[in-house]
Structures are given as C-alpha cells and as structure tokens.
Write a protein of this length. Structure first.
Length: 115
C-alpha cells in the first residue's frame, strides 16, 4: 500500500501564493501518477493537477496558468505551487496516487483564500 501525507495549506489573502507538499511512503515504486484534487463545501471533488512518472502534467481549467505541479528530487514527492489565489480556490486539497492496483488518497489539507 501507499500512504500519502499532505502539508502546506493555510489561510492566504486573494492574490497570494501557497505551496502544497505531498509525500508518499510504502510501495512508491507502484505509483504512476500523482496529483492534487480539491473539494469545496457542497461541491464535487475536482481535478487540480496531475503529473506522471515521466513528467507529463495535466491541469484543471480553473487553475491553468496559476498553479504548477512538480515532482521533488525523489519519486515520492509532489509539490503544488499556487499563485494568484482566488476566493473560489478555497477547498480541502487532497493528494492522490495512482498505479497498478493503486488509487490512494491523503487526508487533505485546508486552503482558505480570504481577506
């Protein structure tokens, strides 16, 4: 199995920046794709960004041009740089790892964008 631990959430003013971190442990060799999803109150969970083991990235339409996903120096780290944050970015952000017989989620980290 794979365990995911997120960190880096918090409160930020509109227009500000935050960086989210996700560290995977366990059978990390089985991970093919890591990414971030978010869920706001009363809404469905939605894609933020994903990155494959080969470095290919995909972004949700609402974050393109503002958020950047990258991998750390080791395969089990993924970072999400969030710039130009808007109140509508407020949500719980979840790290996700997908691979062979694998689709695991972290517990989530709260991001609140408010003045």
């Amino acid at each position: 199995q794979v365990q995911l631990v997120e960190s880096g959430g918090g409160l930020v003013q509109p227009g500000g920046s935050l960086r989210l971190y996700c560290v995977a442990s366990g059978r990390i060799s089985s991970i093919n794709v890591m990414g971030w999803f978010r869920q706001a109150p009363g809404k469905e969970r939605e894609l933020v960004a994903t990155i494959t083991s080969g470095g290919s990235t995909k972004y949700g339409d609402s974050v393109k041009g503002r958020f950047t996903i990258s991998r750390g120096n080791v395969k089990n780290n993924v970072l999400l740089q969030m710039n130009s944050l808007k109140p509508e970015d407020t949500a719980v952000y979840y790290c996700n790892a997908v691979g062979a017989l694998l689709n695991n989620w972290g517990q989530g980290t709260q991001v609140t964008v408010s003045s």
